[in-house]
Design a protein around this ligand. Structure first.
Ligand SMILES: [Zn+2]
Length: 462
């Protein structure tokens, strides 16, 4: 893949953060024949032209280095229906859950050198995203894709901007929305990343998928919002500025809390324009996840969507109230959550798995031509449950993420640092470790290992 040759992971994307709508140019072979000589011009809300936009970047990957690949990882998210994320948050942080829960990390993400993002196209438009790009070709059957008060012509790409309108106007920072509108008609696939601001793998997955697409060869439209929670991202925090978890407030409301309003804005302005949604997360709170989908297997449309991801593990979860995927599905837009690794880190192998499964999805949806088989053609369905620590102490794992275990296998040991009392945590069934806690101090009852049991068919997943 061309992008794998790119050494810098996040800078090209991050460089775009504070931008108002612009279009990015494709790699040379796809670039418009006439390159404008003037830099990008963007008209700010009633204040005139900003030229060129200010670039900002954040060095994320380096701050997360120095850790072994799978040994530690705050992980995220939606858990099987018998256990809410709030439970996990409360367990591992011994703190109030839900909207009052503290941020999982105070580590700041440091600024770094910005990489230039190609932006040679001349565009004009209003802040909310109107973009005019001259396409090389405009097939009769393809239509312009309207989004964020703008329109992306067939066979072109654009970088739009979404502004939830909750900040001080003069200081507001629009969130980049990347769009590739294909030359041929087809479905609209949306991808969201960093709804939790400290979850980095999804940001890179979306960058690779989006920038690898050739709009002239695409049927349909792909929309990527790499960093939904821009505030949290800039602070290395899972949460919004008011410490709420955005992924508990969808579809949001116009006159509710800050989180409600942000959720409402994203949902109305972007999500409702999608035909299907993949919301990318990582493990949270020092847990890591094998690349996997969380999908409501009771919904036939979601089941069908899940079949497109090739060999990725699929775990049934109906999703908690306020989750983006649940809200989208209830609005008639089949959605899944993709869980990839742990927060605060860039994990190449996990990212590859996520990218490959999304490429597979686009092929299965008839959006792109299938180049070759990535592996097993069908996803693997799992039922799952958590295995907990029986005593408090320091957790040391004996297994690695993705390991296949049998009933009775010692997964890890908890040692009491004061009494030296030790107890093993054993697998209570045959299965695979699809999620696990990193080594850390735990309390009795702490959910330490997420054990998946293979189901023969998706119908068997409960
Ligand atoms: Zn998340």
């Amino acid at each position: 893949m061309r992008n794998r040759l790119t050494q810098c992971l996040l800078p090209p994307l991050l460089a775009s953060l504070p931008l108002a709508p612009v279009a990015w140019s494709q790699p040379p072979e796809n670039a418009p024949k006439e390159e404008p000589t003037q830099p990008v011009q963007v008209r700010d809300e009633g204040t005139g032209v900003i030229d060129p936009p200010t670039m900002a970047s954040v060095e994320a990957a380096d701050t997360a280095s120095g850790e072994s690949e799978d040994s530690e990882a705050p992980a995220v998210i939606e858990l099987p229906e018998d256990e809410s994320v709030e439970d996990i948050a409360a367990e591992s942080q011994n703190s109030p859950a839900g909207e009052d829960a503290p941020a999982s990390s105070d580590d700041m993400v440091a600024p770094s050198d910005a990489a230039d993002i190609p932006d040679g196209n001349t565009v004009t438009g209003d802040r909310e995203g109107s973009v005019e790009v001259i396409p090389e070709t405009r097939p009769a059957q393809a239509k312009p894709f309207p989004l964020l008060s703008g329109e992306v012509l067939p066979g072109t790409t654009a970088r739009l901007a979404w502004s939830p309108g909750i900040q001080i106007a003069g200081l507001s920072q629009p969130t980049p929305v990347l769009v590739v509108n294909g030359d041929k008609p087809g479905p609209v696939l949306c991808m969201t990343g960093a709804v939790h601001g400290d979850e980095l793998n999804g940001i890179e997955i979306i960058r690779r998928v989006i920038y690898e697409l050739d709009p002239e060869a695409l049927s349909g439209t792909v929309v990527g919002i790499p960093i939904v929670n821009l505030q949290g991202f800039q602070q290395g925090s899972r949460y919004l500025a008011d410490r709420r978890d955005l992924n508990r407030y969808f579809p949001g409301s116009e006159d509710g809390s800050l989180a409600h309003r942000i959720a409402h804005s994203l949902f109305e302005q972007v999500i409702l324009n999608c035909d299907m949604l993949v919301d990318i997360h990582t493990g949270s709170l020092k847990r890591t996840n094998l690349p996997q989908l969380r999908a409501d297997m009771d919904n036939p449309d979601v089941v069908e969507l899940s079949k497109g991801f090739d060999s990725m593990v699929v775990v049934h979860s109906s999703g908690g109230s306020g989750m983006l995927r649940k809200a989208a599905t209830e609005a008639g837009i089949p959605a899944v959550t993709m869980e990839v690794g742990e927060s605060m880190r860039i994990q190449e192998a996990h990212i590859d798995a996520g990218v490959n499964s999304l490429i597979s999805l686009m092929e299965k949806q008839g959006m792109t031509a299938r180049l070759f088989q990535w592996g097993a053609p069908e996803p693997v369905y799992y039922q799952s449950h958590w295995i907990r620590a029986n005593q408090g102490g320091i957790l040391f794992s004996d297994v690695k993420l993705g390991a296949y275990v049998t009933e009775g296998t010692v997964l890890g040991t908890v040692s009491d640092p004061i009494t030296n009392e030790q107890s093993d945590i054993r697998a209570d069934a045959d299965g695979r470790i699809i999620g696990m806690a990193v080594d850390q101090v735990v309390m009795a009852g702490f959910a330490a290992y997420h054990l998946g049991s293979r189901a023969e068919t998706e119908e068997e997943v409960e």
